[in-house]
Design a protein around this ligand. Structure first.
Ligand SMILES: C[S@@+](CC[C@H](N)C(=O)[O-])C[C@H]1O[C@@H](n2cnc3c(N)ncnc32)[C@H](O)[C@@H]1O
Length: 265
């Protein structure tokens, strides 16, 4: 999508993100897992694509030191406006290269007990090279015993032809949201817009997802020196299987041992 930049998604969705996506995962279950992983490694947490702080603020509420990186200043304004948002150390940067941003940020740690990338955010990097750079950087930012956690959908298998979809997302008396998307299975890329129509005007919210199958994500992780420790079908840690539509994957540096005595399962 010409003109689509790292900040495009966040800038387009910041004003509606908390309304539209508050329930994409159970925040208590999600932050319980993230907090356990971070505490087992001695913290702090880095959330890549922190957004409006849906998870980062509750994590900070649990007493963790949380750093959040995001390319969108509009999203980070939402984070700062959220009650407790001031406790998250927010930095503007590209998650394809978080280390450069953090190195230039006074007070930022050089390593983290947990690097988290939730809710398909890794797929917002629109090329495999950028995704590989992100995973490699996440691995490089791990403290001893630290973990990288990725939450993502499991893409449907078997699609071969290009799919074009136009469907209603919301129909209200004074507002309609249409989703229009183009799915290119060969490039593993879905390009879309949520088109919001009101009598007062139109609002476009563009998005591009470059999805990965779990095995492809594992390959990026291995290339970054990580190994898969756990894969669950969700934040309640129920087992992942061939019917799972999403996964929560925990990676550690190859050869590193999880901190003893931690409650991580
Ligand atoms: C789907 S939201 C997820 C927000 C939060 N992690 C959550 O789970 O609610 C994705 C976030 O990633 C940010 N983002 C997208 N591409 C990015 C990039 N290249 N670098 C940093 N942040 C990016 C967006 O601005 C947005 O805030």
């Amino acid at each position: 999508m010409r003109g689509y930049e790292a900040w495009s998604y966040g800038d387009a969705f910041a004003d509606v993100y908390d309304d539209w996506y508050a329930d994409v995962s159970d925040v208590v279950a999600t932050t319980t897992v993230l907090a356990e992983l971070a505490l087992a490694a001695g913290g702090p947490v880095l959330e890549l694509g922190v957004g409006s702080g849906r998870l980062a603020v509750p994590l900070a509420d649990r007493g963790l030191t949380v750093w959040g990186l995001d390319a969108s200043t509009a999203m980070l304004e939402r984070l700062r406006a959220r009650p407790g948002g001031e406790r998250v150390r927010a930095v503007v940067g590209d998650m394809a290269d978080p280390a450069t941003t953090l190195a230039a940020t006074p007070g930022a740690p050089s390593t983290f007990g947990l690097v988290a990338c939730t809710f398909n955010t890794l797929f917002l990097l629109t090329s495999e090279d950028a995704q590989q750079a992100c995973v490699r950087a996440a691995a490089g930012l791990l403290a001893p015993g630290g973990a990288v956690v990725v939450e993502a959908i499991v893409p449907a298998e078997g699609l071969t032809g290009v799919e074009r979809v136009l469907e209603p997302r919301t129909i209200e008396v004074d507002r309609v949201v249409l989703t229009v998307s183009h799915h290119d299975p060969a490039r593993q890329r879905v390009t879309g817009q949520h088109i919001e129509l009101r009598e007062s005007g139109t609002r476009l919210r563009p998005w591009v997802l470059r999805y990965l199958h779990p095995a492809q994500l594992d390959a990026l992780a291995v290339a970054a020196g990580l190994t898969l420790e756990s894969r669950w079908a969700g934040w309640d840690r129920h087992p992942f299987d061939t019917a799972s539509t999403a996964h929560v994957s925990v990676y550690r540096r190859a050869g590193s041992v999880r901190a003893e005595g931690g409650p991580v399962r």
